[in-house]
Write a protein that binds this ligand. Structure first.
Ligand SMILES: Nc1nc2c(ncn2[C@@H]2O[C@H](COP(=O)(O)OP(=O)(O)OP(=O)(O)O)[C@@H](O)[C@H]2O)c(=O)[nH]1
Length: 234
């Protein structure tokens, strides 16, 4: 269930800023009409990052997933309003020892970030600000859409993180908050809603625009051309 969302007009502002900063999608060169977006899923070990990704991409619950080593990739292509959008989901390792070598790759050219905690594990929720900080340290700008997800809502009797506390944290960052369960089949639509929300927001970005070259770079190019023409033997 999505708890609360940013007002649409805020996202409109974000995306118009994104345009000028060229934080736009790549194109799938084989299927030229498909835009590809890279989404990373991060959070403590065991919170259910793999299961959430699996539920969305394979429509089922991953039984006995192994701890992720480095990163796992899954993708799903969606048809949204007649446009093809491929979400390339990077399911990252929560365990520090499995992250080190890959960390730089996770954050490169990322279009959106999903932070996951386990509602039955307070420590995993308390780690969320650290994960947000890590994103900042790796130059993931505040203009990239971020979502916080509380997973394992099916563990009703073991809940340690009240919705109100999670909402308070999400509000302090101005990020949308979702609570769901990768395990409970009845929650499948809510898991889809997390990724669809991002997909619609990313889709509304305009494709990559070329920057206007500066006057000095144009002059430099012309000088180069003239020099090359001067040394031409033909
Ligand atoms: N009850 C319940 N268990 C879940 C849910 N999602 C995942 N699990 C269980 O939680 C454990 C960890 O799930 P993973 O998806 O591997 O967690 P992860 O965050 O990817 O872990 P790392 O790869 O170590 O970072 C597994 O035993 C899952 O079966 C859920 O929604 N409800």
């Amino acid at each position: 269930m999505e708890i609360k969302n940013k007002p649409e007009e805020e996202f409109d502002t974000i995306f118009s800023l994104n345009d000028s900063l060229e934080l736009s999608s790549n194109y799938d060169y084989e299927h030229k009409q498909t835009r590809i977006f890279k989404i990373i899923v991060i959070g403590d070990s065991n919170v259910g990052k793999t299961c959430l990704t699996y539920r969305f991409c394979e429509s089922t619950f991953a039984m006995n997933p192994e701890a992720t080593i480095g990163v796992d990739f899954r993708e799903r292509t969606l048809e949204l309003d007649g446009e093809s959008v491929k979400l390339q989901i990077w399911d990252t390792a929560g365990q520090e020892r499995f992250r080190k070598s890959m960390v730089e790759h996770y954050y490169r050219s990322v279009h959106a970030v999903i932070f996951v905690y386990d509602v039955s594990n307070l420590a995993s929720f308390e780690s969320i600000p650290e994960w947000i900080e890590e994103c900042g340290r790796h130059s993931v700008g505040p203009l990239v859409p971020h979502i916080i997800v509380g997973n394992k809502c099916d563990l009703r009797n073991r809940r340690e993180v009240p919705t109100s506390a999670a909402q308070c944290l999400a509000d302090s960052y101005n990020f949308p908050l979702f609570e769901t369960s990768a395990k409970d089949p009845a929650e499948k639509e809510h898991v889809d809603a997390i990724f669809l929300t991002l997909a619609y927001r990313l889709k509304s970005q305009k494709p990559l625009r070329l920057k206007q070259p500066s006057e000095s770079s144009v002059r430099h190019l012309w000088n180069q051309r003239e020099q090359e023409a001067g040394t031409c033997q033909c």
